[in-house]
Design a protein around this ligand. Structure first.
Ligand code: JET
Length: 251
């Protein structure tokens, strides 16, 4: 997968060179490129923003630098997807929710371009113009306002990148099995334990060392159900009762 990120703070994307995503990039599973939006300004102050038409607080990102930046990125077509246009992903508080399902959908794309907005946002005409030549996804990672899209890009690239074949080791990839409790589209993950068996006077639930794998699976589902009911009751409404029964039969 090719990933281009356009931002006025390219150094903010440095963490993508570390750990899981960094190793995937080193292995050629991801080709991540950060671009400084100011490279497409032509004034001495390298201006990227201006006051909003209609008045109001803050500044809006000017369309010209974005238009030229997207032209330049699109002109550099990756060999692995000459025919498929990229998807432009714009992190924004006013976007549709970025969910595990959306991450899985975006993980199918051969080429993602992330546009990092700042200030009060990017001139709407940039998004409208882009939508005429590629798919555009305006996505929110949560109901809060950040200073810019860069942090949201780190979140999205990690959530998407870990789904790409070969990025996760076998152990972790089993976690996303659709029947495994904790797969976000169903139940929250219950408690986890490892050695030592006793730590500062606290022991591990006996069921987990019973060797009774059916009982352990049931206990884990009960724990996940209880945690979901306590922290995210609205997710229970989305649970398919048939699948729940199926899980019991699978145990
Ligand atoms: C068309 O899109 C834009 O103009 C985007 O503009 C902005 C402006 C300020 C901040 C951001 C970053 O995104 C978030 O704050 C965000 C994403 N998820 N939850 C919070 C983006």
């Amino acid at each position: 997968m090719r990933v281009d990120v356009i931002t006025i703070f390219p150094e903010y994307l440095a963490p993508l060179g570390v750990s899981l995503i960094g190793k995937a990039a080193d292995r050629g599973l991801l080709d991540i490129r950060a671009h400084d939006l100011r490279d497409w300004t032509h004034d001495v102050h390298r201006t990227v923003d201006d006051t909003p038409y209609g008045g109001g607080p803050g500044m809006v990102m000017k369309p010209e630098p974005w238009g030229e930046a997207l032209d330049a990125v699109l002109a550099d077509v990756p060999p692995e997807s000459p025919e498929l246009p990229p998807t432009l992903v714009v992190p924004t508080p006013s976007g549709r929710p970025f969910t595990q399902a959306k991450a899985a959908q975006l993980a199918e794309s051969p080429w993602l371009i992330f546009a990092c907005g700042r200030y009060e946002g990017i001139d709407r005409r940039v998004i409208d113009a882009a939508a005429e030549r590629m798919a555009v996804e305006e996505l929110s990672i949560g109901d809060y306002v950040l200073a810019g899209g860069e942090v949201a890009v780190l979140v999205m690239v990690e959530a998407i990148g870990r789904l790409l074949p070969g990025v996760l080791g076998n152990a972790e990839s089993a976690r996303d099995d659709s029947f495994a409790a904790g797969a976000m589209e169903s139940l929250l993950e219950g408690p986890a334990y490892t050695k030592p068996a006793e730590w500062r006077g606290r022991t591990v639930p006996e069921i987990l060392t019973s060797g009774n794998h059916g009982a352990i699976a049931r206990w884990r589902r009960e724990q996940a159900f209880a945690r979901t009911a306590a922290h995210r009751p609205e997710l229970l409404a989305r649970l398919d009762p048939a699948a729940l029964d199926k899980r019991d039969r699978l145990a």
